[in-house]
Design a protein around this ligand. Structure first.
Ligand code: F6P
Length: 415
């Protein structure tokens, strides 16, 4: 590389997105980039010229190691939808003028399907105007719903958190007995894809039976049938534990969370905030069956739990960051780095690059054949797919009994 690069983080954070940032930074420096800039709050911040020089923050090898272990987005994130390239030229002129001013050779964006929409539009605009900056997407999302990649960095660590926490919840749920039984409903993120909720099945092992049922958004949810199944289970055991996706819907297409008191918040991409599925179902079961119920929403914890991150995930996240820089350096643009599984046993994955136009805005869901016929569990194939992704640990750097993170720059909070 002869000039500078700029990197941004976008969409929902993960426990691994900063490892990709570390991979981008290290590889860019190793390949001769003069400066590695970081956009503050993604492209939305860049439009306001909010950026920093990453070398002011990553000074030592220890900083790189801490960054790999720091959850959330070090640079801040955004959910910002760029207008179409023919809709509002002024936005593009402004952005490309900033890129020119910073002498940017490569623009790397770490994000999910909405963020790949940004890479698609910027690379299209560069072609249209003959601009030399190259635009590469770097995959990230706990939802694991990006097309053309075996899986996405961030998913493995979130899946490990979910499998582990489910096991702890199940263990706890059998301690106290209630006359009408205890029903625990655990809500998992993932929007319209059930990859993350299915990871609840990882808790099933020789010392744990796993959850009683798992409901994915790929299958229509019937509240009455759910009630019937819970009632049957309560005749056999004192405690029932169910994992539900935040995105399950009834036959009329309504999200279950919309049946209760929910948030009306909608983001720039038109995505409704999905929250309250577990609490709605817990009060439904409590009213209908008289059981004691508990609603648990993993919420932010499932994507910020870096103390239990998967080593495979953190290392892969680092390598996709490096592969994004390499792709840009070798002349690619309008592409996203993907992970291709080359061997099941032993598990092996390598990076490739694929056309971002085939990835942006698409949602890859769990194949129906990886969900049991009655729609209340995932199959062994699903578990075999996810298991390699949660392997190994990354020990946090503990200071005074608490994990140390790389401190997020103060500029991030400036208005
Ligand atoms: O896109 C990832 C995701 O974690 C979804 O699973 C979830 O619906 C959404 O982000 C929540 O995002 P926010 O923190 O903006 O509410």
């Amino acid at each position: 590389m002869k000039r500078n690069i700029i990197v941004g983080q976008s969409g929902g954070p993960t426990a691994a997105i900063n490892s990709s940032l570390a991979g981008v930074y290290r590889t860019a420096i190793d390949r001769g980039a003069k400066k590695v800039y970081g956009m503050l709050h993604g492209v939305q911040g860049l439009l306001n010229e909010h950026y920093l020089d990453l070398s002011d923050y990553i000074k030592t090898d220890l900083d790189v190691e801490l960054l790999k272990r720091t959850p959330a987005a070090f640079l801040g994130s955004c959910r910002f939808k760029l207008p179409g390239i023919h809709e509002d030229k002024a936005v593009y002129e402004k952005l490309f003028a900033i890129l020119d001013k910073l002498d940017i050779e490569a623009f790397i964006y770490i994000g999910g399907n909405d963020s790949m929409d940004t890479i698609k539009k910027l690379s299209d605009y560069a072609i249209l105007t003959g601009h030399s900056t190259r635009f590469i997407g770097c995959p990230k999302t706990i939802d694991n719903d990006l097309a053309l990649t075996d899986h996405t960095p961030g998913y493995g660590s979130a899946a490990k958190y979910i499998g582990t926490s489910m096991k702890e919840i199940i263990r706890d749920s059998f301690c106290l007995e209630y006359p009408q039984g205890l029903v625990t409903i655990v809500e998992v993120m993932g929007r319209n894809a059930g990859w993350l909720t299915g990871a609840a099945a990882l808790s099933k092992c020789e010392d744990c039976d796993g959850p009683d049922m798992i409901y994915l958004p790929e299958v229509v949810f019937d509240p009455e049938d759910f009630k019937k199944k819970v009632k049957q289970l309560l005749t056999k055991k004192p405690s029932v534990v169910v994992a539900v996706s935040e995105g399950i819907r009834t036959a009329d297409g309504r999200y279950v969370c919309e049946l209760g008191n929910t948030s009306d918040f909608v983001d720039a991409f038109g995505h409704k905030q999905l929250t309250g599925t577990a609490s709605y179902l817990a009060s439904f079961i409590s009213k209908e069956l008289g059981a004691k119920t508990r609603a648990i929403e993993f919420s932010t914890l499932q994507r910020a739990g870096s103390h239990i991150a998967s080593r495979v995930d953190i290392l892969e996240a680092y390598s996709v960051g490096g592969a994004a820089v390499k792709a840009a350096d070798e002349g690619d643009s309008g592409m996203m780095v993907t992970l291709q599984r080359t061997s099941e046993d032993p598990y092996q994955c390598q990076t490739a690059v694929k056309n971002v136009h085939k990835i942006a805005n698409d949602e890859k869901c769990v194949p129906r054949e990886w969900i049991t016929k009655d729609g209340t569990y995932v199959t062994d194939e699903f578990v075999a797919y996810v298991k390699p992704l949660i392997q190994g640990d990354v020990s946090p750097v503990m200071v005074d009994g608490i994990p140390r993170h790389l401190y997020t720059p103060k500029e991030l909070y400036k208005k």
